[in-house]
Design a protein around this ligand. Sequence first.
Ligand code: ADP
Ligand code: MG
Length: 292
Amino acid sequence: ATPISTMIGVGKAAEHGVLVRSGEALQTASHLTTLVVDKTGTLTEGKPRLTEAEVLTGDEQEALGWVAALERGSEHPLATALLAHAEAQNAEAAEIQDFTSVTGGGVRARTADGRTLLLGNARLLEEAGIDLASGQARVEALEGQARTVVQLAVDGELVALFGVSDPLRADAKAAVARLRDEGLTLVMLTGDNAHTARAIADEVGIDEVRAGLLPEDKHAEIERRQANGETVGMVGDGINDAPALARADVGFAIGQGTDVAIESAGITLMRDSLHGVADAIAISRATLTNIK
Ligand code: ADP
Ligand code: MG
């Protein structure tokens, strides 16, 4: 493409609230074959709400007091939802020590009297040897309804489970349809579990799903596709997406996302909408059709 047509494309994109870091990013956007999309905060609003709270054994207020104490130390969007519920139930945050946060898993700590607390996804609890059988059927039912389930174990025993719902962005489905019409292969990547991921993917109209991923797995999935000859765009919002955004041929950061995501991306969407990705690709193709 000529420098002039590239400049025109960058200007047009800006009119649509799409900030392009370099002419090269726009050129690459014109021949993407594949778009991988983060789930939480990208396809969904990223503002999860607690919808179910089930205490399987023991005292409910005590369980919520532990949840409140654990999630006060976490910055994950799920933590905000669980904390809001505990507060609404007037639970008093318990005293805890040795708090640690496990990326892609959850949080752990000990109570003042030395009991071990573990709060997070099934993988985290299973790795700690906890038997999840008593909640299994309920968990599967909730995940089938696109809920993310967070479970609490105390001293190695499953005590409570929580269903959290993170609604799709209002325009996600329409934007995904536009991107498919542009001939792109869409793939959803998420740290969430496979059942929940599949339910969300079905709602939004994406066929391919990779679930249970750590940030480095998202990065590896992009590398694998590039080695396979695909030109890969990545859309994400969070710190956990930064390595993948940097690795992709073009990274698209959701403007309301974290600074780290924005710094790692070649294109930033100023409006909080996935239509910006479709706009950027359509504009790049319209202005740069003279290149391959
Ligand atoms: P993504 O943003 O791709 O959905 P994350 O890597 O942020 O994934 O989180 C993956 C999973 O780890 C979550 O779906 C959840 O099950 C679990 N998790 C992470 N942090 C917490 C937390 N503070 N409380 C409970 N669960 C958590
Ligand atoms: Mg995210």
